[in-house]
Design a protein around this ligand. Structure first.
Ligand code: NOJ
Ligand code: CA
Length: 587
């Protein structure tokens, strides 16, 4: 290859579109390579102008998603909900929240999505319901020892008068994981477990009615054509008998055992009293049978925050779930040796069970990657909260350059990938939301110590030069439910649409090429020797990816021709720092 720049994004001939209903667009193992786009319905598009995204908004933007080139959408919960945790507190699993639309609109959306050649996954929330779910209301009025209470996890308190929580478990949102109820006779009574907000009581998965109900809910939506589910808190459904104290056990577990080599996967079975316990797997085996009973086989993706890929692999054994989010990748700093290690561990662990890896950079629970990557990168992998990042100097241009490089790396790796809405626009985290606007229960539940996740949930900018940036239609009656920044005019879909070199153009280009190249998606990869600070791997036939995570430019491999770059090459044809190139290799 000479000293030419990588062809600018957008200059390549359009790839051949696959007609929506051709068999090629629906291979039975489509999920092994799929790129799935997460729609967070409150923040995607507002059809009726009340400031909240809705199904009419999603429907109007489906062509945008088809054009983007994703294979499927996953819609975060759309069910009726008091919205104490933005819909992850479900009060009716068979309906649609009136703020979003109606069941008929949901059915039309499923049909329309299919018509455009896309699959559609919903989000199922089996660990907990809303406290307004009829079952929980029945449990409250039926009293201690009742069959109604057995669907949840009620216990007497400890200490004199039972006024201490039954154990030391803590809520993911801060504070104790237990709430005390007032019994029907007006006296302070039992406590119920809720690993998240007080309005999200945990279900008891040892109760057969709970199991039967969720199996029926799966069927309800499968019968309406839904192609699969993302399973919320998939690692949390089973709790240890007797609900023993957790003590100071950290989560995830420290890597000591594994790194010392004295480790077997079973060593970590049932270590934690409520995360990643062996008993969850039996539930998913049953669910898999239900999915497989449909002729066109429906699929699952697990949201399981577990202890690295060797544990994740257990969720995707051949008779369990199909895929699982690879949060280890998301939690890996932009450092070559750490990325290399995460990729190796992932590919090896999932390969052992025959499951495809998946890759994810972002979702509605984490700080957006532009803002993470804008900061100096830590030495170790781990979840970064906004509070961790705010004290660090931020260079958003650098963050954007790295985010571009990261997505080309991600889309070149074997298996499938997840894209969170707005990622394709290069949106940064909104780090300075006014406290009064914050909605995430994490904020109040931590005594305002953690700001929470609202900064990644700000409504999308579609067009125009000021809020609501086309998120709501002209004449909207309310502003967007979270305020949008004043400086997002250049990040709108309209602004990036025809702009060669925009983040949106890069995503479109990369997804088209990915769909067209047999080397990409499911399959193997082979590392090639490369300078320190770079990741270079080949995929058959004839593809090579080079990510330069070092501070200096590096040469491209011999006999390679650039297909796409996350940024221009240097004038002497090398790949600059924080840049990824896709290359085709001479046979
Ligand atoms: C994971 C979801 O992604 C998150 O948004 C939610 O708060 C918790 N599960 C509880 O459902
Ligand atoms: Ca609306």
């Amino acid at each position: 290859m000479g000293s030419d720049h990588v062809p600018p994004v957008g200059s390549m001939a359009a790839m051949r579109p696959i007609p929506p209903d051709s068999p090629a667009s629906h291979p039975p193992d489509w999920w092994r390579s799929a790129v799935i786009y997460q729609i967070y319905p409150r923040s995607f598009a507002d059809g009726n102008g009340d400031g909240i995204g809705d199904l009419a908004g999603i429907r109007s933007r489906l062509p945008y998603l088809a054009d983007l080139g994703v294979d499927a959408v996953w819609i975060s919960p759309w069910y009726p909900s008091p919205m104490k945790d933005a819909g992850y507190d479900v009060s009716d699993y068979r309906g649609i929240d009136p703020a979003f639309g109606t069941l008929a609109e949901g059915e039309a959306l499923i049909t329309e999505t299919h018509r455009l050649g896309l699959r559609i996954l919903l989000d199922i929330v089996p660990n907990h319901t809303s406290d307004q779910h009829p079952w929980f209301q029945q449990a409250l009025s039926a009293g201690p020892g009742s069959a109604e209470r057995d669907r949840y996890i009620f216990r007497d308190g400890r200490g004199p008068g039972g006024d201490q929580p039954p154990n030391d478990w803590i809520s993911q949102f801060g504070g104790p994981a237990w709430t005390r109820v007032t019994e029907p006779d007006g006296r302070p009574g039992q406590w119920y477990l809720r690993l998240y907000a007080p309005e999200q009581p945990d279900l008891n998965w040892q109760n057969s009615q709970v199991r039967a109900e969720f199996e029926a809910i799966l069927r309800f939506w499968f019968d309406r054509g839904v192609d699969g589910f993302r399973i919320d808190v998939a690692h949390g459904l089973a709790k240890a008998d007797g609900l023993p104290d957790r003590g100071d056990l950290p989560w995830p577990l420290p890597p000591v055992l594994e790194d010392a080599g004295a480790h077997s996967v079973a060593d970590e079975d049932d270590v934690h009293p409520h995360w990643d316990r062996a008993a969850v797997h039996e539930i998913y085996r049953t669910w898999r049978k239900i999915a497989d009973s449909y002729p066109d086989r429906r699929v699952f993706v697990a949201e399981a925050w577990v202890n690295r890929p060797h544990r994740l692999a257990r969720y995707v054994r051949s008779d369990e779930l199909h895929t699982a989010f690879n949060f280890d990748f998301l939690n890996t700093p932009w450092r070559a040796h750490l990325l290399h290690r995460t990729i190796d561990r992932t590919v090896a662990a999932l390969g052992r069970v025959g499951a495809p890896p998946t890759w994810v950079l972002s979702n509605h629970d984490v700080v957006r990657e532009v803002s993470r990557l804008a900061r100096p990168q830590p030495d170790q992998p781990g979840r970064l909260w906004l509070e961790d990042l705010l004290p660090l100097p931020a260079d958003y241009e650098l963050g954007t350059r790295r985010a571009r490089a990261a997505v080309l790396l991600m889309l070149a790796l074997p298996g499938g990938a997840y894209i969170y809405q707005g990622e394709e626009l290069g949106l940064p985290e909104v780090e300075d939301l006014p406290d009064g606007a914050r909605q995430d229960p994490v904020f109040e539940q931590t005594g305002r110590k953690r700001r929470g996740r609202d900064g990644s949930r700000v409504p999308l900018p579609w067009s125009g030069d000021r809020p609501p940036y086309g998120f709501s239609p002209a004449g909207a009656t309310r502003p967007p439910w979270l305020p949008q920044p004043a400086d997002w005019a250049d990040l709108t879909v309209a602004a990036q649409d025809d702009q060669a070199g925009s983040m949106l153009a890069l995503y479109r280009q990369a997804l088209r090429i990915r769909a067209d190249l047999p080397a990409l998606g499911d399959g193997g990869m082979r590392w090639r020797e490369s300078p320190v600070g770079t990741l270079v791997f080949a995929r058959e036939p004839g593809f090579c990816c080079l990510a330069n995570v070092s501070a200096d430019p590096v040469a491209v491999p011999e006999a390679s021709t650039p297909i796409l770059g996350s940024g221009p090459l240097t004038s002497d044809g090398r790949v600059p720092a924080d840049t990824t190139v896709w290359l085709s290799l001479a046979a």
